[in-house]
Structures are given as structure tokens and as C-alpha cells.
Design a protein around this ligand. Structure first.
Ligand code: NAD
Length: 511
């Protein structure tokens, strides 16, 4: 069952893509693919419109975006319906993963914007202080391209779009070709809230449209997606010398320590590896459990996973969203089986009605299996026993990815000690994946998992150029380092060195 299929072109020659539901295979809409010419024209219109948008104060922009919350709440059923049509995810997941955090992001970033984006006076140090004043000004970059994936198509589009708009930029959003209408809702809601049409535009299509957007006259790319595409985008941005943030794939490890609350760890292991059908960049993809609690942990995981329902009548685990994904998960599980893994629960697919893969628990997994090395993005809890926490840390770090990680222990200090040794962008204690929903926390991957960070206290400024404006305060009658060079100027500089930095007290005063 192909989720995205080519249809005959439109009357004016544009490619058309038809979409099917991963839950039942029926048609759920189509898109006309934006051509490179469409993208170029949209960027030009965005650039013209951005000038007026940037003249509005951050407070004014924030008021518009805050207004989107009420619209989103009023239209949540339509949004959820579209997300579900394109992904088949359970209603509760559309609400908890997409709608609720979108409201929180809109609310949080619009509250921060007036303060974070206002001009800021910076106190200068030492001998500069009497002479100069520093004013920091945060200039919008111009036009930002936002390219997003299909696994959480609404929130992963809403969050960067809102940040870029608040910072005074115009935005072109290209949602995934698998979930284009879910992405389109972000644009519709923000337009209804009052964001001018040309300040926020939608371009539809697949990689070809995405590549055209990166090659167009944009000033930054905010990308969320796979490592392979991320590398292409980094190269294209390097050619144009424009910045990009790359939020890429993961293979997150969960460490279950000997002193963990085993019941919570087992419940967490099942939920955190299987919610959204395991298609979350921060999903738990590898579980390392210390031997002394492994039997009990595995027994509980098995029991809880077995109780989950999926398939046409199921309510817990939805389908995989893309046929390509079903192939990857099936291949990895088969490969693991052939290399000695034991499947305690699930392991197969049920595709009579949709792209369903059974909630699966695998044990005896090792690092020579793709299941433990490559991103799976499926409802699979892969569990390896380890002798102790040292071995867990070593294996957790033995990965080309470094997005997130989690540590289950009753000892907070130990959680912090272990966290500091994990080569990951973030670590969560007794939970996982939630970090993206904590806007105060800078979010981004290490190693292959990405470049740069989104969220965090500097997030809005990340969509600006921080422009220092150095103001004159007081001047010497003649600048000692300007022309003409004289013996007197050399002596003045020597005296500055001697009296400014020659003693500990002077150095302290100069800081
Ligand atoms: P993908 O890389 O195939 O596609 C992502 C987006 O890029 C889509 O809109 C696609 O059309 C576009 N695209 C494809 N080729 C392009 C090109 N050459 N130039 C420009 N754009 C192009 O990824 P996907 O399969 O849609 O998403 C799944 C991946 O996203 C997983 O690896 C997942 O871990 C990752 N992801 C990461 C995060 C994070 O925040 N780190 C969050 C969610 C998903």
C-alpha cells in the first residue's frame, strides 16, 4: 500500500501527489507540487512582505500569535481529524503530541518575545566602560525556510514557524509530502490569527520542492528530518553561506539502573518506545537494563506490551505512517531475529487494513544488529541485559547518533552523574522524549543527530542576527592609538598596560 503516489499532472503541468490513509488505505487527499519557480516567486513575495512585518514591535507580533491559541482550541477537532486522516494516530496522541504542545509553544514564545527581542544595553567591562556603551539589537534575518517531517507534522511545523515569525521574519513552510494537510493547518490558523498571507506561506511537495526552497533566496533553513536529508541541506546551505539548524534522527538509549523503580521503568519502556507507533525522534530505541533487575523488568515489559491493542480495532498503537517505514521496521526486526534476538511479544505486521506493526519486545539484542544501530522508528522495545551501569553507559555511547537519553534510578545524584557521561543532546530522568516539550531546554542532537539547537532561552534570538551597536560615551581629546603615531602615544599605551593589568588589584578592577 503506497501512502504517496504520483497522479497525472495538473492542467498547468504541475506534478500531483495522491495520499492514502495508513490506517485503512483509502484516499485522503492530494497536493499539487510547488515548482522551483513557485518557490522563487513565494520567496520574493515573502521578502517584500517581511519589511512591514519587521517594523511591528515584538509585542504586536506576539499579540497576533497569542491570538492563534483560541483559534486552535476552537478548531482542534478539524486539526485532529486532518492529522488522523494522514497518520492514523490515536486521537489522544494527536492531542498530546500535536495540539497541546502547540498551544504551549504559542503561549510561551509569545510571552518571551517582547523581552528576548528588545534592544538590550550591555554593561562593558574595565577601561572600556567610561568610553563606550554597547547596545544589542536583534535584527530579523529576513526569510526563513522551515522544512518538516511527517511523524509529528503539526507541532514540528508550528514550533519553528512561530519562533521565526515572532523574531520578525517571513516564513515559507514546506511540510512533508506524507502529511501536507496537517502542516497546512499551521498556516491556516496563523493566517486566521492575523499573520499576513505573504509573511507566512506554504509550499507543497517532496524533496524536489524542499531542495528548491533551500536553493532559493532564503536567509536560514530550519530543518527537521532524517540524517541523509540533513546532510544534503547542510551542503546546500554551505554553498550559499546561510545558517541552518538540523534536527535529525536518534537511537536513544534508556538505562535502567539496579535501584530503579522497576514498575515505572517497565511502564515507561513500553510507552516511550511505542507511543506514536515508535515514530518519535526521541523514542526509546535501545534499553539497557542492569542484570540484577532484568528478569523482573523484562517480565513486566512483556506483560504490558502484550496488553496493548493495535490494528483496525486497536486503540493504543496506531499504524506506521508510511509504507517506507513499515519496510524498515520489518527488515530490522527480521535481521535481529536472524542474528539471535528473541521476540517475546509481536514481531510481525498486520497490513490487511493498514500499515500496522505489532507492538514488539525483543531481548538478547546486540550491537551487530541493525535494530541496535540504525533508527527503527517503530513500536519496538529492544532490551539488552548489562552487568552494571558502567557497561550501560559504554553501550549507550556506542552509537553514531546522540539525540537524547534517559536514566531510570531512584537516586537523582546518580542520574546526574550518568547523564554527564552520555554523549547526547539531552538526558531525562525517569522519563524520556518529553524534553522537546520543555521550551526552556535547548534542544538539539550531537553526532549524527543534528547541528545547532532549537528551543531554550536563546531560541528566538536564533532567528535574528545579534547586532552590537557600540555607542560613544566619552572620548579623549586625541585617540592614543590613532594617527599620528608618536612617542607619547607609545608611553600612554605602556602606562595603560602597567597600571591597568600590572597588579592583581588593577586586573580585578579591569574586569
Ligand atoms: P526526511 O528527511 O525524508 O524528510 C524531511 C523533510 O525534508 C520532508 O519535508 C521532505 O520532503 C524534505 N526533503 C526531502 N529531501 C529533501 C532535500 N533534498 N532537500 C530539502 N528537503 C528535502 O525525513 P522524514 O522521513 O520525513 O522524517 C523522519 C526523520 O525525522 C527521522 O529520522 C526522525 O528521527 C527525524 N526527526 C527528527 C526530529 C528532531 O527534532 N531531531 C523530530 C522529528 C523527526
Amino acid at each position: 500500500m503506497a501512502i504517496v503516489q504520483a497522479l497525472p499532472p495538473t492542467a498547468d503541468g504541475r506534478r500531483r501527489l495522491g495520499l492514502s490513509s495508513p490506517a485503512h488505505g483509502g484516499a485522503v487527499g492530494e497536493i499539487a507540487v510547488s515548482t522551483p519557480q513557485d518557490v522563487t516567486a513565494a520567496v520574493a513575495a515573502a521578502r517584500a512582505a517581511q519589511r512591514e512585518w519587521a517594523t511591528r514591535s515584538p509585542r504586536e507580533r506576539a499579540a497576533i500569535l497569542r491570538g492563534a491559541i483560541e483559534i486552535l482550541i476552537a478548531r482542534q477537532d478539524e486539526v485532529v481529524e486532518t492529522i488522523r486522516a494522514e497518520t492514523g494516530k490515536p486521537r489522544i496522541e494527536a492531542l498530546t503530541i500535536e495540539v497541546l504542545p502547540s498551544c504551549d509553544f504559542l503561549n510561551y514564545w509569545s510571552a518571551r518575545a517582547p523581552k528576548d527581542l528588545a534592544d538590550k544595553k550591555e554593561r562593558l567591562h574595565g577601561y572600556l566602560r567610561p568610553m563606550k556603551k554597547l547596545l544589542m539589537h536583534y535584527r530579523p534575518l529576513g526569510v526563513v525556510g522551515v522544512i518538516t517531517p511527517w511523524n509529528a507534522p503539526f507541532v514540528l511545523s508550528m514550533n519553528p514557524v512561530v519562533q521565526a515569525l515572532l523574531a520578525g521574519n517571513a516564513v515559507l513552510l514546506k511540510p512533508s509530502e506524507v502529511t501536507p494537510h496537517a502542516g497546512a493547518w499551521v498556516v491556516r490558523i496563523l493566517h486566521e490569527a492575523g499573520v499576513p498571507e505573504e509573511v507566512l506561506q506554504l509550499v507543497h511537495g517532496d524533496g524536489e520542492t524542499g531542495a528548491a526552497l533551500v536553493a532559493a533566496d532564503v536567509d536560514k533553513i530550519s530543518f527537521t528530518g532524517s540524517v541523509a536529508t540533513g546532510k544534503k541541506i547542510a551542503q546546500a546551505c554551505a554553498r550559499r553561506l546561510i545558517p541552518c539548524t538540523l534536527e535529525l534522527g536518534g537511537k536513544d538509549a534508556m538505562i535502567v539502573c539496579a535501584d530503579a523503580d522497576v514498575e515505572r521503568a517497565a511502564e515507561g519502556a513500553v510507552y516511550l518506545s511505542m507511543f506514536n507507533s515508535g515514530q518519535v525522534c526521541l523514542s526509546v530505541e535501545r534499553i539497557y537494563v542492569v542484570d540484577s533487575v532484568a528478569d523482573e523488568f523484562i517480565r513486566l515489559v512483556q506483560e504490558k506490551a502484550r496488553s496493548l491493542t493495535y490494528g483496525a480495532e486497536g486503540k493504543d498503537v496506531g499504524p506506521l505512517f508510511w509504507d517506507r517505514q513499515l519496510d524498515i521496521v520489518t527488515r530490522q526486526v527480521e535481521d535481529a531475529k536472524s542474528r539471535g534476538a528473541t521476540l517475546l511479544v509481536g514481531g510481525g505486521s498486520e497490513t490487511a487494513s493498514g500499515l500496522f506493526f505489532a507492538p514488539t519486545v525483543a531481548v538478547d539484542v546486540t550491537h551487530d544488529m541493525e535494530l541496535m544501530r540504525e533508527e527503527t522508528f517503530g513500536p519496538v522495545a529492544a532490551i539488552a541485559r548489562v552487568a552494571d551501569e558502567e557497561e550501560a553507559i559504554r553501550l549507550a555511547n556506542d552509537s553514531p547518533y546522540g539525540l537524547g537519553g534517559s536514566v531510570f534510578t531512584k537516586d537523582k545524584a546518580k542520574a546526574v552523574r550518568i547523564a554527564k557521561r552520555l554523549d547526547t543532546g539531552s538526558v531525562v530522568h525517569n522519563d524520556a522524549a518529553v524534553i522537546y516539550g520543555v521550551p526552556e531546554a535547548p534542544f538539539g542532537g550531537r553526532k549524527l543527530s543534528g547541528l545547532g539547537q532549537v528551543n531554550g532561552r536563546d531560541a528566538l534570538r536564533g532567528f535574528t542576527h545579534a547586532q552590537p551597536i557600540l555607542l560613544d560615551r566619552w572620548q579623549l581629546s586625541t585617540e592614543r592609538n590613532w594617527y599620528p603615531y608618536t612617542e607619547k602615544s607609545v608611553r600612554t599605551i605602556e602606562a595603560t598596560l602597567k597600571y591597568g593589568f600590572g597588579t592583581a588589584l588593577a586586573r580585578r578592577l579591569m574586569r
